[in-house]
Design a protein. Structure first.
Length: 276
């Protein structure tokens, strides 16, 4: 396992969250890495979406693990004198299937990201991906969730809290990302007291367990937002939360997207008393 604190104290030219040909990334690992080198990164982590026990076009399969690790080894041999390369997985939580599962604990990784992209359907059996773009999310609301957006939000944070309690990971990925689709479905929902209370409870649990909190910058260039949303950053500052800035890059040209802006905004943010 790597020492994340040591890495980020050494330099801000790190990224622990990226996707390539082994899941829903839009280019291969070498091209992503070459772009990272061109952007001056000193430390780069690959983190394909984990295998899951259902059909998902965004996730790698169990059979992909060996070639993924072989490519890590090849790239380390070829570029290891120019950049530190880490092997990880962004592990999806689906109840008993998640970071704490023996399957994932038995895989030799440099660190683990725990994330929620799926929640149980209200209308059918199984889990549903609620993480994608709003155009895909909206029809799922009627098909799977009876258009109950508050129920979807509550289910997302319930899954997140369960994952936090079970553990088995180092970094929690975009822990309030449901707020983006929820806000488009029901504008202003993320400003309501009950929603902010869910975020606060989740934040408290993360802090109690000592996980690194990812500030995910992927959406900033397009939408001007981060995950967690900027409205909750006062919690991170007030309680000196352990934070990493990750681009969640899926394209070579976006390896550093939003990171500089996020770091500057976070540094300039003044700690304020919570008013919730």
């Amino acid at each position: 396992m790597i020492d994340i604190k040591q890495i980020i104290n050494k330099s801000d030219k790190y990224n622990f969250h990226s996707h390539t040909q082994f899941c829903d990334g839009r280019d291969n690992m070498e091209n992503i890495l070459l772009s990272a080198i061109d952007h001056g990164f000193t430390d780069w982590g690959f983190s394909p979406h984990s295998p899951v026990p259902l059909e998902s076009p965004c996730n790698m399969s169990d059979a992909d693990l060996r070639p993924y690790f072989s490519e890590i080894d090849r790239l380390r041999e070829k570029y290891g004198n120019r950049i530190n390369i880490y092997r990880s997985i962004e592990i999806d939580y689906l109840g008993d299937w998640g970071p704490s599962n023996d399957y994932f604990q038995g895989i030799n990784l440099d660190y683990r990201i725990g994330s929620v992209h799926f929640i149980p359907s209200f209308a059918k059996e199984g889990y549903v991906d609620i993480d994608g773009c709003f155009e895909n999310f909206k029809p799922k609301m009627s098909e799977h969730f009876y258009n109950d957006i508050e129920g979807v939000v509550l289910s997302f944070y319930t899954q997140t809290m369960d994952m936090i309690e079970k553990g088995g990971f180092d970094i929690i990925g975009h822990f309030d990302k449901i707020g983006n689709n929820a806000s488009m479905f029901s504008p202003g929902i993320d400003k309501q007291d009950w929603y902010k209370s869910l975020v606060r409870e989740t934040f408290d649990a993360i802090m109690d367990h000592g996980y690194w909190i990812e500030i995910n910058t992927k959406a900033y260039d397009k939408s001007g937002i981060f995950f967690p949303h900027q409205q909750f950053w006062h919690l991170l500052k007030k309680y000196d939360a352990p934070v990493v800035f990750n681009s969640d890059a899926h394209f070579p040209e976006l390896v550093n997207a939003g990171r500089a802006e996020a770091m500057t905004m976070f540094k300039e943010l003044k700690s304020i008393a919570e008013t919730e």
